[in-house]
Write a protein that binds this ligand. Structure first.
Ligand SMILES: [Zn+2]
Length: 530
């Protein structure tokens, strides 16, 4: 969600995506144990990410950063018989996780690594992600510059930093001062970023012939592509156009309802609409889905089926618009005082110059429009999944009151609200995320031979995704004591075992010290406190 500076020149629309000053990279790794020569995780309940139901108790044998074997060792409610369990020799570490749930590490297909305006150091972002079980992220635009992102990617792959695996997509045109005016310029730019090691591209919009050439060249270069079909370009290229040109996936919802217009070609903007007034942009976005053909209609089905036929992936980032349907809920989320840096909190505040801070006069009616908008959007996503389409989990945190890690878990809840069974949600968050990144041969499920990226939690996330929030899940136990359960207990990335509670505690310390150093506490915008 990078502020797109668009200039209309001589009818030509182009995008120059200037990268901001990079944030501080992560310090050298001081956390985590392993990878171990041999490690056995004993007695967990496995949710393997493929869609298979939970099963256990199992023992998972790990060697280095690879899963060696998985053994069913008993039955629920019956003590585990030690006979027949994989044996531990002198070089074997064992971790007792009896009764805990084990899932594949989560994949975030829309994870901006902080931002200069948010003032978020990489360490803060990475620890919140790992603290919530996110072990792989796709940075959609490499806002810290491609070179910075590739450097962090290399350091993460070498486990020199405490960070998820990183896939670096770069925003089309990054680093160019001049607009694209010829398709060959786009091809040259694509070849250059491919040579430099980019994993993929992110588009917002471009002149159709330039966009088509860039997508074609990206395919030539083996780059994956994604796009935010911004309103400034969507009248000429909606998601059907770009998917036919080889686009791999789309972000958010832009371009989808527009492809399902039957009684119009252009969204019915009010006459005084101005794209750079983000209140206009997001208020009207809340009225878009109901302008498209309805569920089960001929147009709806045709778009759905053609996209599925093209093996097209949707990364909806539902959570990033949650404040649009209930602003106060997001503003007052309980984790802000503990986990949101003052600089990030300030960036969230209403501001005509900041992106995603459009609360200039957000009314009851605006929230109701968005509630309706969500219902139709969710219906499409559920229908898409039910017909075999791939939907993944992208958080887009760092905007609109969404704090890293927490935003990801909210996305899981929203996919369940859309109609996904929790196992379908976990598959979207793991195997399907790995597929769209072209990494499903090594991550995305818990299977022998795959890399060891795992999430371990004491409570059952299939029964309740709230147990994955860093603040845990509110519960009253048998003696009427109010308590919190859950929060990810361990996150394993590339065979290295991270204490997720300790990572979250690190972040709370960073946040506490930042607020203290500024001599202030978190306040709700515009609210006078006596
Ligand atoms: Zn974004």
């Amino acid at each position: 969600m990078r502020l797109l500076s668009a200039v209309l020149a001589a009818g030509v629309l182009y995008a120059a995506a200037a990268a901001a000053d990079p944030i501080p990279p992560a310090p050298d790794r001081a956390e985590g144990e392993g990878p171990h020569e041999r490690l056995i995780l004993r007695g967990g309940i496995l949710v393997d990410g493929t869609g298979a139901p939970p099963t256990g108790p199992v023992d998972i044998v790990i060697e280095g950063n690879r899963i060696r074997s998985i053994h069913t060792v008993g039955f629920p409610g019956v003590p585990i018989d030690p006979d027949g369990r994989p044996e531990a020799d002198a070089n074997t570490r064992e971790k007792d996780i009896e009764g805990m749930y084990v899932l594949p590490g989560f994949v975030d297909t829309h994870g901006h690594i902080g931002g200069a305006r948010q003032g978020t150091p990489a360490e803060y972002v990475y620890k919140l992600w790992l603290g919530h079980g996110v072990t792989t992220i796709r940075d959609p635009g490499s806002g810290n510059t491609l070179d910075w992102t590739l450097s962090e990617k290399r350091r993460s792959d070498a486990n020199e930093i405490t960070a998820p695996r990183i896939r670096a997509h770069v925003t089309f045109g990054q680093g160019r001062d001049e607009p694209f005016t010829e398709p060959d310029q786009a091809r040259d730019w694509v070849r250059d970023v491919a040579r430099r090691g980019a994993d993929g591209l992110k588009f917002f919009g471009a002149r159709p012939d330039i966009l088509e050439a860039a997508l074609d060249e990206a395919r030539e270069q083996g780059l994956r592509t994604t796009m935010h079909h911004a309103q400034l370009g969507v009248t000429r290229t909606d998601v059907l156009d770009t998917a036919r040109w080889g686009l791999t996936s789309m972000e958010h919802w832009y371009g989808l309802p527009e492809a399902m217009f039957t009684d119009r070609r252009i969204q019915h903007y009010p006459p005084d609409y101005n794209y750079m007034n983000e209140y206009d942009r997001f208020r009207e976005a809340g009225r878009l889905w109901l302008q498209a053909a309805g569920p089960g209609s001929e147009r709806w089905n045709a778009v759905r089926d053609e996209l599925i036929g093209l093996d097209f992936t949707i990364s909806p980032t539902l959570n990033i618009y949650q404040a649009s349907r209930d602003l106060m809920r997001e503003r007052t989320a309980e984790w802000h005082p503990l986990y949101t840096l003052p600089s990030l909190w300030d960036f969230f505040q209403p501001d005509r110059t900041a992106h995603g801070s459009y609360w200039f006069d957000w009314t009851t009616g605006d929230e109701i429009d968005w509630k309706r908008n969500y219902r139709r959007w969710m219906e499409f996503l559920d229908d898409y999944k039910n017909h075999g389409g791939r939907v993944t989990v992208g958080s887009d945190s760092g905007f609109i009151y969404k704090t890293y890690g927490f935003g990801y878990i909210s996305e899981l809840e929203l996919l369940q609200e859309a109609g996904f069974h929790p196992l379908e949600v976990v598959r979207a968050a793991t195997l399907h995320g790995a597929e769209v990144l072209g990494m499903d041969d090594r991550i995305g499920s818990v299977e022998p031979g795959k890399l060891v990226d795992l999430v371990i939690v004491e409570e059952n996330p299939i029964a309740n995704f709230k147990v994955l929030y860093g603040t845990g899940h509110l519960k009253v136990d048998d003696d009427n004591t109010v308590t919190r359960v859950g929060g990810v207990r361990w996150t394993i990335k590339d065979g290295i075992v991270y204490d997720a509670q300790a990572l979250r505690s690190d972040v709370r310390r960073m946040v506490r010290e930042a607020w203290e150093s500024e001599g202030r506490t978190l306040r709700q915008p515009g609210l006078e406190v006596d």
